[in-house]
Ligand binder design. Structure first.
Ligand code: HEC
Length: 166
C-alpha cells in the first residue's frame, strides 16, 4: 500500500509543478520575446475612443479624426509611439506632464532647455499656435496651426497617442 501511495503523491506533485510551470513560467518569456522583436501593437479605434473619454474637457469631445489629419503636419518631424525614433523633432511619447527638453538623446535648442516649462495641454496649444513667437530661437521650424479647433483636435489626438495620464 505504501509504494503506490507514494507514487501517486509524486505524480500529483509533478503535475502540480508542471501546471504551475505552464501557468506562470512560460508566458512571460513569450511576452518578453514579442516585446523585444515586434513593433508596439497599434491602438484600435476602440482603444482610442476609450483613451479619449478619459481626457479632460474639451479634449474628451474633440474631433479625433480631424486631429489625426492635422497631426500629419507634426508627424513629418515627430513620432508618438513609445520608443519611437527621434526625427527632426524628438519622439513625443509621454510628453504631457514632462519637463521641456527632457527626451534623452535629442539635441534640443538652448532656449527650450532653459525654458523651465512643463508640457500641459495649454502650453502645447500656445506652442503650436506659433512656436517662434512662443520661444524665439527654437529649433522647431513649424509655421503654426492658427485654427483653435484644429489645435484642440490635434492636441486630443496627441494626448491619446502619447499615453496622456489624467
Ligand atoms: C519641421 C519639423 C517640426 C514640425 C513640423 C513640428 N515640430 Fe515639434 N519640434 C521640432 C523640433 C526640432 C523640436 C525641438 C525644439 C527645440 O529644441 O527648440 C520640437 C519640439 C516639440 C515639442 C517639445 C518636446 C520636448 O521634449 O520638450 C513638442 C510638444 C512639439 N514639438 C510638438 C509639435 C506638434 C504638436 C507639432 C504639430 C502641430 C509639431 N511639433 C511640429 C520639430 C518639429
Amino acid at each position: 500500500m505504501r509504494h503506490p501511495g507514494l507514487t501517486l503523491t509524486a505524480l500529483a506533485l509533478t503535475a502540480a509543478a508542471l501546471s504551475g510551470c505552464n501557468k506562470s513560467a512560460s508566458p512571460p518569456p513569450a511576452a518578453d520575446q514579442s516585446a523585444s522583436t515586434a513593433a508596439p501593437t497599434p491602438m484600435s479605434d476602440a482603444d482610442k475612443a476609450k483613451a479619449q473619454a478619459a481626457l479632460p474637457a474639451p479634449y474628451n469631445t474633440a474631433d479625433l479624426s480631424n486631429g489625426e489629419s492635422k497631426f500629419a503636419l507634426c508627424s513629418t518631424c515627430h513620432t508618438v509611439v513609445q520608443g519611437g525614433p527621434n526625427m527632426t523633432g524628438p519622439n513625443l511619447h509621454g510628453v504631457f506632464g514632462r519637463k521641456a527638453a527632457a527626451s534623452p538623446d535629442f539635441k534640443y535648442s538652448d532656449v527650450l532647455k532653459a525654458s523651465g516649462w512643463t508640457w500641459d495641454a495649454a502650453r502645447v496649444d500656445t506652442w503650436i499656435t506659433d512656436p517662434k513667437a512662443a520661444l524665439p530661437g527654437t529649433k522647431m521650424t513649424f509655421a503654426g496651426m492658427k485654427d483653435p479647433k484644429d489645435r484642440t483636435d490635434a492636441i486630443a489626438y496627441l494626448m491619446v497617442m502619447t499615453g496622456f495620464k489624467p
